[in-house]
Ligand binder design. Structure first.
Ligand SMILES: Nc1ncnc2c1ncn2[C@@H]1O[C@H](COP(=O)(O)OP(=O)(O)OP(=O)(O)O)[C@@H](O)[C@H]1O
Length: 278
């Protein structure tokens, strides 16, 4: 078998002082997940199950106390600042909130050129790259001179995606990247993620609490419960015939709050995604 792009092996994360009587709080317990080149692995689970923590462990932002995070075979779980700078070309992130993740005082062109300037990419090459990024995320050609506040939430998320793609990463950690968007915008941004993956072979570790989103975008799905992976496998298989009782409950139990509204929401999203695919 070929080496995984990302291989998370038995990773435990403990936040110091946040547990019972000031003990460390164990947010992840011996979690193993791998992501292959060009693959999308969806991470799903209820709030507090540890999805974001796992993404943060990959980015070096969560305290890994046991296990390994291998990227192209190199253990990056305790990478130092210099290693992280080097890795930033290969591992990028898109956050949930497109309203706070972009520097409001920079134009879109400045936002996109920043990572290229830091790596001393020559001006001509950088301008060409920025033009390509605009095309890739389907932003209007005149977007470069404008500030983030002049764009809608969906367009801002496109800018954030373009910034993540600037250095041609091999992996993007996507932390609830469509949760803050309305349904029709969600569907368009999800399609964009898929198109970009086909075009560039970038891999995604895609965190979402929304089953429909994960089902739509992921090749494989991992289900998290209380800091552990309870099920991990083929996306269609896991989402249509889950084996673990927790996954069955998460995916198929009758919604508690307002079942009618939730069913309508699901149907609306299904139709939107079907239209997008037509
Ligand atoms: N910096 C931190 N310090 C202490 N505890 C934390 C920290 N970050 C997360 N936790 C705890 O770790 C657990 C997992 O949190 P995490 O945010 O990873 O879950 P999640 O599945 O992403 O949830 P959500 O969908 O609500 O974001 C939670 O109990 C949370 O309170």
């Amino acid at each position: 078998m070929t080496e995984a792009l990302l291989d998370i092996q038995n990773v435990t994360v403990e936040y110091p002082g946040h547990g019972f009587r000031g003990k460390p709080f164990r947010a992840l317990h011996s979690v193993s997940v791998d992501v292959q080149k060009g693959e999308c692995v969806g991470l799903v689970g209820e709030s507090g199950s540890g999805k974001t923590t796992l993404g943060r462990a990959v980015l070096g932002l969560a305290p890994v106390t046991e296990g390994k995070v291998l990227f192209r075979g190199e253990d990056i779980s305790h990478a130092n600042r210099a290693d992280r700078r080097r890795l930033a070309s290969d591992i990028q992130v898109v956050f949930q909130d497109p309203y706070t993740s972009l520097n409001p005082s920079l134009t879109v062109e400045q936002i996109l050129s920043e990572p290229l300037d830091v790596r001393k990419v020559p001006r001509a090459e950088s301008s060409k790259r920025i033009k390509d990024l605009f095309d890739m995320v389907r932003l209007p050609a005149d977007a470069g001179n404008r500030l983030p506040r002049e764009f809608s939430g969906g367009q801002r998320q496109r800018i954030a995606i373009a910034r993540a793609l600037a250095l041609k990463p091999a992996l993007i950690v996507c932390d609830e990247p469509v949760s803050a968007l309305d349904l029709s915008t969600q569907a368009r941004v999800l399609e964009l993620f898929k198109d970009i993956q086909e075009q560039t072979q970038v891999a995604y570790l895609f965190v979402s609490h929304d089953l429909e989103v994960v089902r739509h975008i992921s090749h494989r799905v991992a289900v998290m419960y209380r800091g552990e992976i309870v099920e991990f496998g083929d996306g269609d298989q896991v989402t249509s015939q889950p084996q673990h009782p927790y996954t069955q409950r998460l995916f198929f139990a009758a919604p508690v709050a307002n079942p009618k509204a939730q069913a309508l929401r699901r149907e609306e999203r299904r139709q939107l995604l079907a239209t997008q695919n037509a």
